[in-house]
Design a protein around this ligand. Structure first.
Ligand SMILES: Cc1cc2nc3c(=O)[nH]c(=O)nc-3n(C[C@H](O)[C@H](O)[C@H](O)COP(=O)(O)OP(=O)(O)OC[C@H]3O[C@@H](n4cnc5c(N)ncnc54)[C@H](O)[C@@H]3O)c2cc1C
Ligand code: FES
Length: 282
């Protein structure tokens, strides 16, 4: 899919305004951004990302975490403050501006999952790029058989999108399992790994398409568990993260073996990248 870039020069960010800000966890914030005046809505596909620019500091790739059916409301991003660019971005408040280029990259192939079961597995902040796919799947719920969401974080304080999780868990047509690695006694949910929850989830492996996003080691283990259970490797998709510069397939910063994550990814079919997973410095 060709990127839909707002500015005439694909390297120049457009000025978007912070319309709303929600603190998800101690270090993670969700922003709703509105486009420059008179600019049309910017469509995107679930799994794509934008380059967000903190003025005078730098630019980073951040997945789109909003509803693909509601781009009239602008763009939604969820970011964790980890370093020199994400920290100033996370401090932005309502009314302030941020540079935005995009959307870029490949998307979760929801159309490939139609008619079968759909399993979405997220670790930590990996729920952000999967949330648009969950919303799109729920909006077309009749196109899928079993819909399973499995989400895990280190501890309850790291859970993001709590309102959505409550809503998804309350639905009778969706299985939404949430688990944490460690918790205080006042936590009444599951304690354990994502793989343990996945073992109990109901889906027919041979007819399942799975989308997985999280730390690479979590994605590797999850992919192995799904394949061991019988999910075809060709129906398994992972979202990869690499440092980026141009996001246009020109600079080579995001190289991942023979692929560029910015244009061939970030969403890859597992059987395309299997030999590269787990190889250090690829
Ligand atoms: C396609 C794509 C989509 C992404 N989507 C999101 C998103 O939706 N939300 C989000 O918060 N981030 C996302 N990221 C990661 C984000 O781009 C990085 O966290 C960011 O580039 C870090 O830049 P920085 O300058 O703030 O940190 P740096 O100054 O570069 O790094 C500071 C420290 O943070 C560590 N660090 C860097 N990146 C990460 C990371 N991803 N996780 C944990 N520690 C890290 C570094 O190892 C270093 O120790 C995405 C990355 C890609 C490639
Ligand atoms: S970031 Fe430049 S080629 Fe991907």
């Amino acid at each position: 899919m060709r990127p839909a870039v707002r500015t005439s020069d694909a390297y120049v960010p457009a000025l978007w305004r912070v319309a709303a800000r929600e603190q998800e966890t101690a270090d993670t914030v969700t922003f709703a951004l509105t486009p420059p005046p008179d600019a049309p809505p910017l469509p995107f596909r679930p799994g794509q990302f934008n380059m967000l620019y903190a003025f005078g500091v730098g630019e980073v790739p951040i997945s789109i975490s909003g509803d693909p059916a509601r781009t009239d409301r602008g763009m939604v991003h969820t970011l964790r403050a980890v370093g020199s660019v994400t920290r100033p971005l996370a401090r932005l408040s309502e009314g302030q501006t941020v540079g935005l280029r995009g959307p870029f990259g490949s998307h979760w192939p929801l159309e490939a999952a139609a008619g079968g079961d759909l399993v979405l597995v997220a670790g930590g902040l990996g729920l952000a790029p999967l949330r648009p796919a969950i919303w799109a799947a729920l909006a077309a719920r009749e196109r899928f058989r079993n819909l399973v969401i499995v989400y895990g974080t280190r501890n309850p304080a790291n859970l993001i999108f709590r309102r959505d999780l409550r809503e998804w868990r309350s639905r009778l047509d969706t299985e939404c399992e949430v688990t944490v690695d460690h918790a205080a006694p006042d936590w009444h949910g599951h304690v354990g790994t994502i793989l343990q929850r996945l073992q109990h989830a109901e889906f027919e492996p041979a007819a399942t398409t799975a989308f997985v996003c999280g730390p690479e080691i979590m994605m590797r283990h999850t992919a192995h568990a799904l394949i061991d259970r019988g999910v075809p490797a060709a129906r398994l998709y992972l979202s990869m993260e690499r440092n980026m510069k141009c996001a246009l397939g020109r600079c080579g910063h995001c190289q991942f073996g023979p692929h560029f994550v910015c244009k061939d990814g970030p969403v890859f079919a597992y059987d395309r990248i299997r030999p590269l997973l787990g190889v250090a410095e690829v």
